[in-house]
Design a protein around this ligand. Sequence first.
Ligand SMILES: Cc1cc2nc3c(=O)[nH]c(=O)nc-3n(C[C@H](O)[C@H](O)[C@H](O)COP(=O)(O)OP(=O)(O)OC[C@H]3O[C@@H](n4cnc5c(N)ncnc54)[C@H](O)[C@@H]3O)c2cc1C
Length: 463
Amino acid sequence: MTETSAANRPLRIAIVGAGPAGIYAADALMKSDVDVSIDLYERMPAPFGLIRYGVAPDHPRIKGIITALHKVLDKPQVRLLGNIDYGADINLAELQRFYDAVIFSTGANADRALTVPGIDLDGSYGAADFVSWYDGHPDVPRNWPLDAEKVAVLGVGNVALDVARVLAKTGDELLPTEIPPNVYEGLKANKALEVHVFGRRGPAQAKFTPLELRELDHSPNIEVIVDPEDIDYDEGSEAARRHSKQVDMVCNTIEQWAIRDVGDRPHKLFLHFFESPAEVAGQDGKVAGLRTERTQLDGTGNVKGTGEFRDWDVQAIYRAVGYLSQNIPQLPFDDQAGTVPNEAGRVLSDDTAEDPAQRYLPATYVTGWIKRGPVGLIGHTKGDANETIACLLDDAPNFTPAAEPEPDAVTKWLEDKGIPFTTWAGWYRLDAHERSLGEPQGRERVKVVEREDMLRASEPGKV
Ligand SMILES: Cc1cc2nc3c(=O)[nH]c(=O)nc-3n(C[C@H](O)[C@H](O)[C@H](O)COP(=O)(O)OP(=O)(O)OC[C@H]3O[C@@H](n4cnc5c(N)ncnc54)[C@H](O)[C@@H]3O)c2cc1C
């Protein structure tokens, strides 16, 4: 075992945020040669972050990553303390009383702003809110208005694809997934016949991954349509295709769609390139159309406006231009990047100082999307966690030992404060309950949405 300042007992670590980044951090700690005891704090009653509340319900293979993460949380060195909101229920000084070090892995759950006139009209939605709705997040409204026949999705990344695909599929197509009853009812009433996805730049600049893009075409209800005029490459684009197999595959798929005949599947999903949102038209306070400016490549892969405008008859707009993290109380925050300023996971307190004691907040770390911004797949958070944990273990010999490191001290404190927290055993119960709800319909699970219902199902003998 490596020497630490608390060598005669396990190193006590709090991880705030039980998404993939936090769980991979716990895994990396347990795989090290240091004796550790970890508490994983989570705002939701259930763990797994955006795998549960971001990944689309029709992506069961990705949701299945939970199975691997389960094995980490099954280990005796780690405890889940769910339904605890850092900032509201517990603060940094309180955590420092009970732990030798604190890692934040709070991810991202809000939409990056898009400044276009009219963007705040009724009928203009953030993708993150819509995703939270269809993934059964307890903190968003239960009903989603899906009465628009023509819908615009702004953005050309995988989240835009998820949103467009869910809007273009039928409720019955999504029924075999884990969607809760209110989401099925909402999607069944969806009137969308046309979904228009808009990108400012060209196919070579789209942020889609090839597999997720091709999946659009697998639905018997979705006709994917690309205008051949939207296929254009400059030197910068050609270089991007040469350097990245992914970019080349995405371009090839889009080209194939542009040259084929349009079929007769009932819902049309248009992928538009070189259209920059210029204004959202409104009527009676509601979205009544979208104006875009045609753009053209400038040689480097960037685009410039042409001064030519087009009007699109749409009644709803979804902004899928990126997620954004929220600031974490008591930590520095870079509003522009939406991250906690850090070096390899060590939280910076004064980046002009050379002495590590002044340069970094003591024994405080970040990992995952809060560390490097809301880009990248679940797998990327593993590398992040390894880097952060390597720093933490290097620093461990100099940690100030926690005043109350016994695991019971913090749970007693939470109980005394009247904070009803969930546990790993509680997740087992909620998981079994959700599976039992799905079983009669031959579905793997049906999600429980209400927080109170989740809490009840997590308690022994309550469902
Ligand atoms: C819509 C969408 C679809 C995606 N689809 C895929 C996909 O198909 N495949 C793929 O590989 N990747 C996908 N991703 C990316 C993937 O979800 C991220 O890479 C990954 O979830 C980031 O992990 P994280 O742990 O940093 O953040 P998160 O997953 O956001 O986890 C952070 C956790 O911290 C908790 N938390 C936040 N604040 C607090 C607080 N104050 N107190 C306590 N807990 C808190 C949150 O509740 C959450 O559980 C998708 C992302 C989005 C947004």
